[in-house]
Write a protein that binds this ligand. Structure first.
Ligand code: DGJ
Length: 707
């Protein structure tokens, strides 16, 4: 990466892309010029000059030619669009003009970082724009730090985005994004950006099931295998906003940041510093498939902790026993889970406080002695003796009004003085923006993990924020949306430091908290409470656009599924769950001998192939719901591949058409399922023809490259 202070030219190089901008000579506004396949410094210099000339030559009576081209649009001045940074200074002044004070390029292991320090010309404020590039990834990380340099005056930050991403001027800007709701997360949608704004956001205090913080823009022609795609995400687990803006004949400029409109300003005290989460951007030239590969590799190399490990096959009690958990029942399930080949036994909701349903108990993290008279130890000991790790469900950000905690500390929840707060699922949200509450939560969990030999924690969060008051400290109210999330991060980080052997699963009523912010401090996601295998195919398809299979926890559960009463064969359920981190969530007491035998065989098979699924490259071969589609995984050395093929509905008497594979060595000979040897060229050029008959038919095909 280079920054030339004389010319104001910025050029970021990643292994396969370049990104350039220049800092305007008079106003010091950085203007974006290029993002795409590699260019030289001379090319970037030409683009800076020609872009400056072009913008200057535009007739600008009612517009600012620079708008939508800025690297980081500021409020005020000639800004007629939405700003990435909006600060209110004393006297209700909302405009910033800045000058570039200095820059610095630093190098860390495998990455370089550029910092541009801007000082407000008329106020005491410093804004630093950060850009980070990696040796082994085309992803560019951006973030911003704002410092109030005044020793006397506070300022109010109304908007502080992590980045503005500018995509080229082109006739069409098609945006792909992930929408959804509870039990229907990460559904892929495509829509054209119009002249105006498109806002995707969460106003719920969590990442949300409804929109996932990610977008991809192409010119409407990109496919899975071809086309230029610009995409970005945000490493943040609370409310967020992505705002795409453009006007006639302009590039699309996408602002991405934490918080949401109307949550109130974040007051920045004299001397205080505020650092945004990272927004990561990516340009890829070869379609949505290549885009996902680059995101997955970035996630595994630079975000997910311990990404090189293989996640165990877990059993989870939730769908098997609900709240009805006790020592004898769980020990019986544990024996059956171990017999199937499970490696981790997770006791879900119901083990604590006076919890017999969802009305009571949250906040009371002591073991329910009616259900576990001797504590959790006998169960944990048995689980360990069976050769499995032990995991425990918790929901630390919550309290039921019917709990000892709430009776002692009603003021620890978000609420407005004199008003009844709204419960959802009979629970209220604890104010983790309060350091004393965050400390208490840490203390409870630390005690649990210290007293019990636990290997896994499922951290749940089952309702959005409402009634976001903090009556004791109304002037801190504007910051709770941000500070709650950093409070959660702080607790998990401290727990991980103190208990490094414990892995964490991020869950929020399924996929309400799936993002790179929480991924950086957990080991896997629970992507949805919907375990119906057909619905899961759609959820997993969307999930895979950004998040790697290594993070995607998937359970095989019972029939009919609670969500839609559908019945599909056990093999199909397994094949869908084997596309990620396999788990079992059914009531094993009710499984027949045949089902148990089939499950045992499939779990054993999963263990043989999971290194390919969890660490290999994922290719989406078609979309769910069309006759016969597949997901394929290939190891980095191209020596092994697994294809999971699904046929949801048979049409007429047709056999599935051949499915063309991807990512193999064309010259190599691959042994298919231990039988015929076919060339990579043939497997990719013509495809494999799976033998599938009937509805919800599925198969797993293994390929091994011959030496
Ligand atoms: C919601 C989670 O997503 C479920 O898996 C389960 O843990 C329940 N909460 C327990 O209340």
């Amino acid at each position: 990466m280079t920054y030339d202070a004389d010319t104001g030219l910025l050029l970021l190089d990643t292994p396969h892309t370049s990104y350039s901008a220049y800092v305007g000579r008079e106003d010091d506004i950085p203007i974006h010029t290029y993002w795409g396949p590699p260019i030289t410094a001379e090319d970037a210099a030409y683009l800076a000059t020609s872009t400056a000339e072009r913008l200057a030559s535009q007739w600008a009576c009612f517009r600012s030619a620079a708008n939508r081209h800025e690297e980081y649009p500021l409020d005020g001045g000639l800004q007629f669009g939405r700003a990435a940074l909006s600060v209110e200074f004393p006297g209700a002044v909302r405009t910033i003009e800045w000058r570039l004070a200095r820059h610095e390029i630093t190098a860390g292991p495998g990455h370089q970082e550029l910092a541009l320090w801007f000082e407000a010309r008329h106020q005491e404020l410093t804004v630093t724009l950060y850009y980070r590039v990696y040796d082994d990834s085309d992803v560019i990380d951006r973030s911003v730090v704002v410092r109030n340099d005044s020793t006397t005056d506070a300022v109010d930050v109304h908007r502080l985005d992590s980045a503005a991403w500018v995509t080229p001027e082109q006739p069409r800007h098609r945006m792909t994004h992930l929408t959804g709701r509870w039990a229907a997360e990460t559904q892929v949608r495509r829509t054209d950006l119009t002249d105006g704004h498109l806002v995707l956001e969460s106003r719920r205090g969590i990442t949300s099931h409804h929109a996932n913080p990610w977008f991809a823009i192409d010119d409407g022609t990109a496919t899975e295998e071809s086309g230029r795609v610009y995409s970005a995400t945000l490493h943040w687990s609370g409310s967020w906003r992505m705002l795409a803006q453009r006007e006639l004949d302009e590039p699309a400029q996408v602002l991405f940041g934490w918080g949401h409109e109307g949550f109130g300003p974040r007051r920045l005290e004299p001397g205080e510093v505020l650092k945004t989460p990272v927004s990561s951007g990516l340009f890829t030239a070869d379609g949505f498939g290549a885009m996902s590969h680059a995101w997955h590799e970035y996630a595994l190399r630079h975000v997910l902790p311990n990404s090189g490990e293989l996640r165990p096959v877990l059993f989870n009690s939730w769908e098997a026993t609900g709240f009805d958990v006790d020592e004898a029942g769980q020990r019986a399930l544990a024996r059956q889970a171990a017999d199937l080949g499970c490696e981790l036994f997770v006791l879900d909701d119901g083990w604590f406080g006076r919890r017999s349903g969802d009305q009571a108990g949250l906040g009371d993290w002591w073991v329910n002695t009616g259900r576990f008279p001797r504590g959790l130890k006998p169960l944990i000991d048995e689980v360990h003796a069976l050769g499995m790790g032990f995991g425990l469900w918790i929901e630390p950000e919550m309290v039921n009004p019917d709990s000892d905690l709430y009776r002692a500390h009603p003021e620890w929840t978000y609420h407005y003085a004199g008003r009844e707060p709204h419960t959802m699922r009979h629970q209220l949200v604890l104010n983790l923006a309060r350091p004393d509450v965050a400390e208490w939560v840490f203390g409870e969990l630390d005690a649990l993990l210290s007293a019990n030999d636990i290997q896994f924690v499922k951290w749940d969060m089952n309702r959005p924020f409402t009634d976001t008051g903090w009556p004791e400290q109304p002037d801190r109210q504007g910051r709770l949306w941000l500070d709650h999330v950093t409070g959660v991060y702080g607790v998990i980080d401290a727990l991980r430091r103190k208990h490094p052997g414990v892995a964490f699963e991020a869950c929020s009523g399924g996929g309400g908290r799936v993002d790179f912010g929480i991924m950086a401090r957990t080991d896997q996601f629970w992507p949805s409470d919907n375990t119906d295998a057909l619905d899961r195919r759609y959820i997993q398809h969307g999930f895979s656009h950004l998040y790697p299979a290594r993070t995607m926890s998937c359970w095989v559960t019972d029939l009919p599924t609670f969500i839609n009463k559908r019945r599909v064969p056990l093999s199909y359920r397994f094949h869908v769950a084997m596309a990620g981190v396999l788990g079992i969530g059914g009531d094993l007491n009710a499984w027949t001998a045949e089902e148990t035998e089939e499950a045992r065989r499939l779990i054993a098979q999963y263990k043989e192939i999971r290194h390919i699924v969890q660490h290999g490259r994922l290719h989406r071969l078609g979309e769910p719901g069309r006759s016969a589609s597949a997901v394929q995984y290939v190891t980095a050395d191209q020596k092994e591949s697994v294809v999971l093929v699904y046929q949801e509905a048979q049409q007429y008497d047709s056999n599935p058409a051949p499915i063309r594979l991807r990512g193999l060595a064309p010259e190599g000979g691959y042994r298919v399922d231990g039988g015929a040897v076919l060339s990579g060229a043939l497997l990719m050029g013509h495809g494999i023809t799976p033998q599938l008959t009937g509805d919800y038919a599925s198969t797993l095909i293994r390929l091994e490259l011959l030496a």
